[in-house]
Design a binder for this molecule. Structure first.
Ligand code: HEC
Length: 366
């Protein structure tokens, strides 16, 4: 019993994989080449500074102050320089009627500025910012528990629905942790631990009944449902209908498990007979599986009477489990106790291999 509890923190923690990495400081400006001194400064001095200085301040722009700067400091105000390049390339500055720098000088200055920023962008370490501590959404929780522990019982299906952000349900900022969800986490963790290391009695044999009317599939010849099978074991499947037919009517009943046919039953109608078909002793692994049934009528030419409506399945039933796999042989048990079952008075240390498995991503500090 003790061992089970060591899994609770693990299972709860797995809900917070992929915590964020801390903010990376912006990359330092690389020292620009001497180009500023030769390609930019002389042009500003001669053609721009006369209007763009602290006194004239045309267009609320002082370009003169850059003349005293060099190196990376000269390029610090990227927006200003982007504007300068735009005005230069458009030939809008200096204004018409004023003396303009020769075309090559304008091109050289604009090119050099653009190249510097292109270089900076290329060398900049990408800074995606900070990622919010990320809890798993319901799908991620189910899949993580399945991948980690080989327990495939979709425990998260009764968690509150995950919020959507920008059309996605896996955005850390939107996935909040409500008190209700915390409660559900604790319950789910208990159930996950119990399924992974069962300590109680074996599963009881139960009958689970799916009525096609309740499934919204009444009068369908092909019906389907997904059932959560509690353990690896054998199960019996029954599909029933209500109609009777003229004696001699020919049909075939099919039952499929995960798209694989497990029953193909030719039926010659006798009159008084069980209106059901069975697939028995089907081994089914733990977890959700798709169960389908279909009735197929033989062609009218082979029937004793034409135009008989086909039998519509009204109910699908699952009985089991039988011949349950001993829990020491289940995939999840073997995954956790990979060195064999623990001795009776085992210490509550987590097996090393397992603890390595669940530490999937770095969990960053604040
Ligand atoms: C004769 C004065 C004069 C000269 C010389 C001059 N400008 Fe201008 N500049 C202005 C005026 C007036 C404005 C504001 C009106 C406008 O945007 O057209 C302006 C606006 C600008 C703007 C837009 C500022 C903003 O915030 O929108 C930029 C950039 C600019 N100049 C760059 C230059 C550059 C680079 C040179 C030299 C190649 C230069 N100017 C030469 C007068 C001048």
């Amino acid at each position: 019993m003790k061992l089970r509890f060591i899994f609770l923190p693990a299972v709860i923690l797995t809900t917070f994989l992929r915590a964020g990495f801390s903010a990376v400081p912006p990359a330092p400006l690389v020292p620009p080449s001497k180009g500023f001194e030769t390609a930019v400064k002389p042009m500003i001095t001669e053609y721009c500074a006369g209007c763009h200085n602290p006194k004239e301040f045309k267009g609320d722009l002082d370009l003169e102050r850059f003349l005293t700067r060099s190196g990376s400091a000269a390029l610090e105000e990227r927006e200003t320089w982007a504007l300068v390049v735009r005005k230069l390339r458009a030939g809008e500055m200096p204004p018409d009627g004023k003396r303009k720098p020769p075309g090559e000088q304008v091109a050289a200055a604009a090119e050099w500025i653009e190249q510097q920023y292109a270089l900076l962008d290329r060398n900049a370490k990408p800074n995606p910012g900070r990622v919010t501590a990320h809890r798993l959404n319901r799908y991620e929780y189910n899949n993580t528990v399945r991948d980690l522990l080989d327990v495939n019982l979709r425990f998260a299906d009764d968690f509150p629905a995950d919020a959507y952000g920008y059309g996605f349900d896996n955005i850390g900022d939107v996935l909040s942790l409500s008190p209700l969800l915390t409660e559900k986490y604790l319950k789910a963790a208990e159930r996950v631990a119990k399924a992974a290391i069962p300590t109680g009695p074996m599963e009881k044999v139960l009958a689970v009944r799916y009525e096609t009317e309740e499934m919204g599939q009444q009068f369908h010849m092909h019906v389907q449902t997904t059932h959560d099978f509690p353990v690896d074991a054998c199960y019996n499947l029954r599909v029933g209908w209500e109609q009777g037919f003229q004696g001699g009517t020919l049909m075939t009943g099919h039952i499929y498990m995960d798209k694989k046919e497990v029953l193909n039953l030719p039926i010659v109608w006798k009159g008084m007979q069980d209106r059901a078909m069975y697939a028995t002793n089907i081994f089914i692994s733990q977890g959700p599986h798709l169960l389908e049934a279909q009735m197929e009528m033989a062609p009218e030419s082979q029937q004793p009477r034409a135009k008989q409506p086909p039998p519509y399945p009204t109910v699908m039933e699952i009985f089991g489990p039988f011949n349950q796999v001993p829990r020491e042989q289940t995939a999840s048990y073997k995954r956790i106790f990979f060195k064999g079952p623990p001795p009776q008075n085992a210490s509550p240390n987590m097996p090393a291999k397992f603890s390595a498995r669940w530490r999937i991503g770095p969990i960053a500090g604040p």
